[in-house]
Design a protein around this ligand. Structure first.
Ligand code: GLN
Length: 190
């Protein structure tokens, strides 16, 4: 199984490290040719505005939109979640609008802009240490979206068919369970 980590900006290396520790053939990807042969793609955190700009300028956004709609498994963390949302609150811009959610960017405001909290995630036996960095959360999810984690009444993880999103950064912990969850999504699709 080959999983790519979109390497336009953001914490690419940490995702690669976790995937490799799980014996996955993990590579950095930037170009359509590299993405075409993948079983799964991770869109890392970073700055969604900056990544979105590159996606538009290179037409990679449109390419990914079509690939994901035809079944490519994708996992967006933090800014990656913003990029995949069909609606960004108080904005008319979307990037790769594939998952039926509305997200609020930098939703935790200044005081709580970064924090860590151990919390439950559907399907995991024990709590997961969730690292939030100027994180978005989901303000609306359509009924076709499976909510995987709600923290203080805000949705922080969700799944719709082949698409997984989390507000937090599992690549910044030693816990590999969310990456394994994504790998299982890819396996079960086959
Ligand atoms: N606030 C960033 C954005 O909206 C996301 C931050 C992150 O990915 N850690 O793009």
């Amino acid at each position: 199984m080959r999983i790519g980590v979109l390497s336009l900006q953001g914490d690419v290396r940490e995702h690669l490290r976790i995937l490799k520790s799980l014996n996955i053939d993990a590579i950095e990807v930037k170009y359509k040719e590299e993405i075409s042969s993948l079983d799964g793609l991770i869109i890392p955190g970073g700055e969604s505005t900056a990544i979105g700009k590159i996606l538009r300028e290179t037409n990679l956004g449109e390419y990914l939109y079509n690939k994901i709609n035809s079944g490519l498994c994708v996992y967006g963390t933090c800014a990656g979640m913003v990029l995949l949302a069909k609606k960004i609150k108080d904005s008319n811009i979307t990037h790769i609008p594939v998952i039926d959610i509305e997200v609020s960017r930098n939703a935790y405001g200044r005081q709580l802009s970064s924090f860590i909290k151990s919390h439950s995630f559907k399907g995991l036996k024990d709590d997961f240490e969730m690292v939030f960095i100027r994180a978005p959360y989901i303000t609306k999810a359509n009924s076709n979206v499976e909510v995987l984690s709600i923290l203080d009444s805000n949705i922080v993880a969700a799944k719709q068919n082949n698409i997984l999103v989390t507000s937090f950064h599992p690549e910044l912990t030693k816990d590999t369970r969310i990456h394994e969850y994504f790998i299982d999504m890819i396996k079960n699709k086959r």
